[in-house]
Design a protein around this ligand. Structure first.
Ligand code: FPP
Length: 230
């Protein structure tokens, strides 16, 4: 049971980001949608750096949902290649900065080269104690909850949470103008603060991210209880 009724400190905490708007960003400029995802990957790099600077302890990024398989084959292939590049090339820099990488979601439908890159990235950063970067690929929160419920030794909230292994989210940021969770970390977001912005993901800068963290810091979280009077 949550007993801490004090306002939460700005850090350490867990931020989850739904990175939406890549496709529209590209289309608005007359560019193919995969170019929007490439620009999105650049935004990821900048936001990860800012997360480290701001003392965020865990950052969960929604990179590919289980529903995204419905997209055109070329777009899916481009995304898979981007993710593989990130997990093989960028990971060297992330490792040097003490970042630990985990990937959420199904592995059995991913291209073999990506599945292997994930395994190497996770293994080679497992002992790092800095920012925990979680990337959701072929991820559905409903599927994750169902799988955890089937595997948990008992059906207590604690056993389920342990099985899910992701930890409670403090702040969800969604870019791109929509205001929904889209099957991302539903259990973990039970008491998350929500921050929505119309800014499309490729245009989301460290300054936008820092402003969202500042907005979070001003919120008062009672977790269903009452705030203690001053
Ligand atoms: C949603 O935008 C975004 C995605 C489906 C892909 C997110 C991937 C990246 C940001 C790049 C790679 C990630 C990492 C971690 C290196 P959308 O295409 O649905 O945009 P739209 O709503 O404008 O169509």
């Amino acid at each position: 049971m949550q007993t801490n009724l004090q306002p939460q400190p700005i850090s350490p905490f867990h931020v989850a980001i739904i990175m939406d708007g890549n496709g529209r960003w590209a289309e608005n400029q007359g560019l193919p949608r995969p170019v929007g995802h490439q620009a999105g990957a650049r935004a990821v790099r900048a936001v990860v750096r800012t997360a480290v600077e701001q003392g965020v302890t865990a950052l969960s990024l929604y990179a590919f949902s289980s529903y995204n398989w419905r997209r055109p084959e070329e777009e899916v292939a481009g995304l898979m290649a981007l993710l593989r590049h990130f997990l093989t090339i960028d990971v060297r820099d992330l490792r040097a900065h003490g970042i630990r990488i985990s990937v959420l979601g199904r592995r059995d439908r991913l291209p073999l080269a990506l599945a292997k890159a994930i395994a190497v990235a996770e293994r080679s950063t497992a002992r790092n104690t800095g920012l925990h970067l979680r990337i959701a690929i072929d991820y559905s929160s409903r599927d994750a909850i169902l799988a955890a419920a089937q595997q948990a030794p008992d059906l207590s909230p604690e056993a389920l949470a342990t099985r899910l292994g992701t930890g409670d989210v403090d702040l969800v940021i969604r870019t791109g103008g929509d205001r929904r969770l889209s099957d991302f970390l539903l259990w973990e977001c039970a008491y998350a603060e929500l921050f929505f912005t119309d800014v499309k993901w490729p245009d989301f800068t460290p300054a936008h991210f820092t402003a969202a963290l500042g907005d979070f810091a001003k919120r008062t979280r009672s977790f269903g209880g009452l705030m203690e009077s001053a």
